[in-house]
Design a protein around this ligand. Structure first.
Ligand code: NCD
Ligand code: ZN
Length: 347
C-alpha cells in the first residue's frame, strides 16, 4: 500500500474574512481558527466598525469565540466612511491591533450603505494613511447601475484606482478579492506598494457555475464570478510566486434561507475547507510548491507582520463537504456542499 502524500507548510493566514457578530461567532470563528493562524477581519457589521473602540470591542467578542484548544489572532480593520477622521487613523496605528482600513464604495456589496460616496471626501484621511503606512483595503467595483455588473471591477481601475494612486503614490493598497485579468495585470505592473487577495472560489469557478442547470445561489458572490479567461489569469497570478498576490478567502456566511431567496445575498462560505480548496487549485496547476508563499508568507510580508513559525499539514485524504453547517439558529451551506475533497488540512 502506498502511503498518502503529506505536505507540511508554514501555518497560513487568511487576509480577508467575514466573521459577522453575536451568537454566530461561535459557529464560524472555529472554522477559520482551525485553518489559519491569523485573519484580517472585515468591518461590514450592522452597524459598521468605524472607530477604534468598536474594533477593540469586536476583537474581544471574536477572541471569546476561539475554542480553548486553538490559537488564532484576529487582525482588525476599520470601515472607511466619508467622515472617518485623520485622528482615527493615528489612533488605529497606535492601537497595534488595527491593520487596515476598508473602502467600500457605498452600495457595492453586503452592508456597504455607510461606505464612501465620493473618494474626494476622504483625501485628508487617506493622506494620514499614506503618512503612517496603514494599508487601504479596497472593494474595487464602481456602483453605477449603468455599468454592466461584469465590467464594474475593470471600470473601477480606470475611474477610481488609477487617479487615487496617482494623487497618493505612497499609499499602501490591497485590491481585495480580484476577479479579472484586468485587475491581476494592474496589480502585477503597478508602481508602489500594491497587493491583491484572491479567493478560492474565483480560482475554481467561472460565471457558468452560477447558472449550471438552473440558478445556483451558493455561487453568487461579489464581485461576481467572471469569464473563464479571467479565472485563468487569476490562477496564473496565484501560482506565479509574485508576492503581490496572496490568500484571502472572502468567506462570507449568510443564512441558507437568505441565499436561497428571491433576492439572495452575495457571499460564498469557504472557511471550513479553504486550504483544501486552494490545494486542489494549485495541484491542478502543477504548482503545489507555490502554495506556501501564497498562503503563508506573502500576506504577512505585505502587512509587515512576522511570518508564522508553527506548521500545518495537507494530507491526501478524501472527505465530503457537509451539506449544511450551523449558523446560530439557522443553517449555513458551505461552497461545494456534498462534493468530495482530495485533501485534508490541519492547521
Ligand atoms: C461579502 C459579505 O457577505 O459580507 N459578500 C461577498 O459576496 N463577498 C461582502 C464583500 O466582501 O463584498
Ligand atoms: Zn469580503
Amino acid at each position: 500500500m502506498t502511503r498518502p502524500i503529506t505536505l507540511t507548510l508554514t501555518r497560513p493566514d487568511d487576509w480577508h474574512v467575514h466573521l459577522r457578530d453575536g451568537i454566530v461567532l461561535q459557529d464560524v470563528v472555529p472554522h477559520t481558527a482551525a485553518q489559519f493562524a491569523r485573519a484580517i477581519v472585515m468591518p461590514n457589521l450592522k452597524p459598521p466598525v468605524v472607530t477604534i473602540a468598536m474594533a477593540a470591542a469586536y476583537r474581544e467578542r471574536i477572541i471569546a469565540a476561539i475554542p480553548a484548544t486553538m490559537r488564532f489572532e484576529p487582525l482588525m480593520t476599520l470601515y472607511l466612511t466619508d467622515n472617518t477622521s485623520p485622528d482615527e487613523i493615528r489612533r488605529a496605528v497606535d492601537s497595534g491591533f488595527v491593520h487596515g482600513v476598508k473602502l467600500y464604495p457605498a452600495g457595492a456589496t453586503t452592508n456597504s450603505d455607510a461606505g464612501v460616496t465620493d473618494i474626494q471626501r476622504c483625501m485628508r484621511t487617506l493622506e494620514a494613511m499614506q503618512d503612517t503606512g496603514l494599508p487601504l483595503l479596497i472593494h474595487g467595483e464602481v456602483t453605477e447601475h449603468s455599468v454592466d455588473i461584469f465590467d464594474r471591477e475593470a471600470v473601477f481601475i480606470d475611474r477610481i484606482l488609477q487617479p487615487l494612486r496617482k494623487s497618493l503614490p505612497a499609499l499602501r493598497v490591497v485590491f481585495e478579492h480580484i476577479t479579472t485579468k484586468d485587475a491581476a495585470d494592474y496589480v502585477r505592473d503597478a508602481e508602489g506598494d500594491m497587493a491583491a487577495t484572491i479567493t478560492a472560489h474565483h480560482l475554481m469557478y467561472n460565471r457558468n457555475a452560477i447558472f449550471q442547470g438552473g440558478i445556483r445561489p451558493h455561487y453568487y458572490c461579489l464581485p461576481v464570478l467572471k469569464r473563464e479567461p479571467h479565472r485563468q489569469a487569476l490562477v496564473a497570478a496565484a501560482i506565479s510566486g509574485n508576492p503581490r498576490f496572496f490568500l484571502g478567502t472572502d468567506s462570507a456566511p449568510h443564512p441558507k434561507g437568505l441565499k436561497e431567496h428571491a433576492c439572495g445575498c452575495a457571499g460564498c462560505y469557504t472557511a471550513l475547507h479553504a486550504m483544501e480548496l486552494y490545494a486542489e487549485v494549485f495541484e491542478q496547476a502543477a504548482a503545489l510548491d507555490k502554495l506556501e508563499g501564497f498562503a503563508s508568507f506573502f500576506g504577512a510580508d505585505f502587512y509587515r507582520l512576522p511570518r508564522n513559525t508553527t506548521q500545518g499539514t495537507l494530507q491526501q485524504h478524501e472527505w465530503v463537504i457537509p451539506s449544511e453547517l450551523t449558523l446560530g439558529d439557522t443553517a449555513l451551506v458551505p461552497l461545494d456542499a456534498g462534493r468530495i475533497l482530495r485533501w485534508k488540512f490541519s492547521g
